[in-house]
Design a binder for this molecule. Structure first.
Ligand SMILES: [Zn+2]
Ligand SMILES: [Zn+2]
Length: 372
């Protein structure tokens, strides 16, 4: 989903990852502990995400010859803004001095505060065109349009009436993240992102969103760790959880996309880069990116194999989601998270269909899928 609700709630989606979402390094009440120095003119600020088990977004502050550039900005909330500005003060700068903002993807825990930073500083905001298109659509869409679109999608996926009825009755109102800042610069895959005095190259990594990018700081690691520079990985590559991979929901586009296929390709792309260190947008920095990439590829391969077994009998995406393994029993998954779960199930089915390992049962309505 593209609304404010769809995002980090997506990342905390009921995915059966290898870890919990607890953050062992949390240091609540110690403002200075919100800032870490990664060396070589790169620091991070832990900006809280309200009411979310992920805890915080790591906003990176990269020094350039023209002033600091932020990589992501954090959730649009007064407490998050305060943490960001206090963190910038601790870094010896301020929101007014920000030269530019580079956004890994459009989700509001990454892009939420970009508009406020731009108001304070006149900074440019850069984003990949595919995610800028999502931002533009979100700004223009009426909430009712989303509710009717999602209702139709869920019914097509085989959701029971009891699940869909509350959506139909919902009275849409303004939600956070519905008016995200429109970026004014485009991140072009493969190009340097014009940071004065630095070499930051954009690596397009679609999957979690259609325009997700990782950013490769092609400078020697400040502690000379082996490998090629450092990678700001956004939500694409995280040390202890897997990002939500759903569908690129777009009411105006009927293209049958394959986000899971995109994600797996993108994983291999960053694995080949072999960065010395990964600086993700949640949790903590880590090394040995290729090993983490292999873990995630194996995880998804095992999951696809498990789904094929379930698809011995024809199932709708909803029925498949009910039978898949999540981090808690299906009965305990709340309404909103079930929507995310079913889109994740559908993303896996699309991959299997694309690989020729499953197919739609002709004439089924709602459509069911079966292993071939
Ligand atoms: Zn995200
Ligand atoms: Zn995120």
């Amino acid at each position: 989903m593209r609304t404010g609700r769809g995002t980090e709630r997506s990342t905390r989606a009921p995915i059966e990852t290898c870890s919990s979402y607890s953050d062992r390094n949390a240091a609540i009440g110690e403002p200075m502990a919100q800032v870490s120095d990664h060396g070589g003119g790169v620091r991070s600020i832990k900006v809280p995400i309200p009411d979310n088990p992920l805890g915080h977004t790591l906003v990176y502050v990269v020094d350039t010859d023209r002033g600091p550039v932020l990589i992501d900005t954090g959730w649009d909330d007064p407490a998050s803004w305060d943490t960001l500005t206090e963190g910038l003060t601790a870094c010896g700068t301020s929101a007014a001095e920000i030269h530019g903002v580079v956004i890994t993807h459009h989700h509001p825990d990454h892009h939420g505060l970009s508009g406020r930073v731009r108001e304070m500083s006149g900074a440019w905001i850069a984003m990949h065109a595919a995610d800028t298109a999502v931002v533009r659509r979100t700004r223009e869409a009426r909430p009712e349009r989303w509710f009717s679109y999602m209702t139709a999608k869920l019914m097509a996926a085989g959701a029971p009436e009891a699940h869909v009825a509350p959506l139909r009755a919902a009275r849409p109102r303004a939600l956070p993240g519905l008016s995200p800042a429109l970026p004014d610069r485009e991140i072009v895959p493969g190009d340097l992102v014009g940071l004065p005095g630095r070499r930051l190259r954009a690596i397009w990594t679609p999957g979690h969103t259609p325009g997700h990018v990782c950013l490769h700081l092609e400078e020697e690691h400040p502690a000379q760790l082996p490998g090629h520079g450092r990678l700001f990985s956004g939500d694409h590559l995280l040390p202890r959880i897997t990002p939500h991979i759903g569908l690129y929901e777009d009411p105006d586009d009927t293209t049958v996309t394959d986000p899971l296929g995109d994600y797996l390709d993108s994983l291999e792309r960053v694995g080949r880069l072999g960065p010395a260190e990964v600086l993700p947008a949640h949790q903590h920095a880590f090394t040995d990116a290729p090993a983490r990439v292999r873990e995630l590829l194996t995880h998804h391969e095992e999951r696809l194999t498990g789904l094929l077994t379930l698809l011995d009998t024809p199932l709708t995406p909803w029925q498949l989601a009910e039978r898949m393994e999540w981090n808690r029993p299906w009965e305990h998954i709340p309404h909103g998270s079930r929507n995310i779960a079913v889109s994740e199930a559908e993303a896996h089915v699309r991959r299997l269909v694309k690989l020729g390992r499953a197919e739609a049962v002709p004439g089924s309505d709602p459509v069911t899928y079966v292993a071939v």
